[in-house]
Design a protein around this ligand. Structure first.
Ligand code: ZN
Length: 171
């Protein structure tokens, strides 16, 4: 339940609260992205694991208007890089005419039709090594966060496990 943790005018975010916030993400000193570029704040239904663990924890107990900074180790964010996540594939997999350059993004299709994002790590004579690590794996993340709103999730949102309305699912 989304509850008022402390009595007072401002609702404090907890599980089943919808938190709207703006963030700017900096990685290794480089500004990477900010939600204000998209206009809408990000909306998260707490308790659903929609954001990385460290962010989920940091949003708990926050109220509208809170501004804070957050530094996350890889373990609280996208995890460590795994060497096993670099897969060696035959060049044939990519078909003729594919532009195979280290550092470019590729989409791989599994047998069941689902897709997987990767990045070309190394191109050999007949093989291509594709890195399937999350691009932010192994990195410490720095966030500047401003809480724009905290509200109770609707029954429907709780049942679906995501936020509805502007900035959320429209269906
Ligand atoms: Zn829904």
């Amino acid at each position: 339940m989304c509850v008022f943790l402390i009595s007072g005018p401002a609702m404090k975010a907890s599980k089943d609260c919808v938190v709207s916030f703006h963030y700017a993400l900096t990685v290794e000193g480089e500004p990477l992205e900010q939600s204000r570029d998209q206009g809408q704040p990000v909306q998260v239904l707490l308790g659903q694991g929609q954001v990385v663990e460290g962010m989920e924890k940091a949003l708990e107990g926050r109220s509208k208007g809170d501004v804070f900074q957050l530094d996350l180790d890889p373990g609280q964010a996208y995890g460590e890089r795994r060497e096993q996540a670099i897969q060696r594939l035959s060049k044939k997999v990519f078909g003729k005419g594919a532009r195979l350059v280290a550092g470019s993004a590729v989409t791989l299709r599994r047998k069941d039709g689902s897709t997987l994002q990767g990045m070309i790590h190394k191109v050999g004579m007949t093989t291509v090594d594709v890195d399937l690590n999350h691009p932010l794996a192994g990195k410490a993340l720095h966030f500047d966060v401003e809480i724009m709103d905290v509200r109770e999730a609707t029954e429907e949102e709780r049942a679906h496990g995501h936020v509805h309305g502007p900035g959320g699912h429209e269906h």
